[in-house]
Design a protein around this ligand. Sequence first.
Ligand SMILES: [Zn+2]
Length: 383
Amino acid sequence: MISFDDNPFHQKEKGLIIQSFFDGRNSHAQLFHGPSGNGKFSTAMAYTALLLCEQPTERGACTTCTSCKQMAKLTHPDVHFVFPTHKDASNDLTGRSEELIKQWRNAVISNPYLSLGDWKRFVDAEQKNFEIRVIEAEYINEKLSFKSFYGGYKVVFIWLPEDLHPSTANKLLKNIEEPEDKTVIIMVSERYGQLMPTITSRMQSVYFPRLTEEEVRRTLEAKNIESAQVLAQLAEGNLATAFELADQSDALTELARYFTLWMRVSYSVNMPEIVKLSEDLSKKSRGFAMAFLQFSLQTIRQAVLSNFRPSAENPIFANTDFKMANFAKIVNPENAWLLMNEIDSAISDIDRTCSIKIVMTDLSIRVHYLLKRGGIPKALDIF
Ligand SMILES: [Zn+2]
């Protein structure tokens, strides 16, 4: 994670970052942002390693000096990692990053593409409220008041600054506005829109775009993962989702099973079952819910096409009682277009971190109207 070559993506962005470092144009406050599951996190780590490396090369940190070796283990004494945490009195957790640093190191070293949801699952605290609390700002100030251990830069590395409590953010502003000598603040964000403008306006930002389907497919193939093409199509450029699906041997079967059930309960507007299914999906990762909707889009598209050109049954549905020919009878080019629009906007809502349960319940009712009556009553669109 400390070499810029550890992920093969974002060549243009990496080139600019390395160039500005050697030109001395790098700011003391840098923001790396972009959608989940791309290479911004490992690039930010590689940049931190470069700042601290004893013998930097034009490709980045040397990876062999003492500083690089400590960075590789995320134990460098001059780097302070700050990330969303939860409080838990029964485990003596007061909500400071330091208390969970060992778990966090393991989590990000094993998966540099992880999301907040993955992190919550990693520490078995999915139902808890995670944020960067006020107590953290005091800790950062204290750390920054000490001299650096090696006499070089001191780095505060903030993962997911969108989860900074507003008071914490306000306290940090002083560090961003009036930086101490040789102090660098690095932030890695996935929800730029939720950052305070007072912060973003004071930081040098680099945007890391969503990975392409091709980039995800190649990464999966390089790891000899089966069904790389199908998984890449479902993952929406999110490598964390692609790996999550690949890790479950029956992920595709599960998507097919969920889709069959979803269409049945939506068609018959079975509310208790709709709520249960929405709840089930909300317990999975955000990436899984988005992959499920992406899978639904593809299946609807296939159903419309099969009306014109009958095709063989999709083998993914082999273990379900789903029959494409039957499904194709209730989708036609008109309602399919409306269905796909509704599903598309649900994907954006889930990506924007709306509640999966609420989005899925609302979407199921819309799907019901579109499948059974061909249109959505105006009353539903007030919300
Ligand atoms: Zn080095």
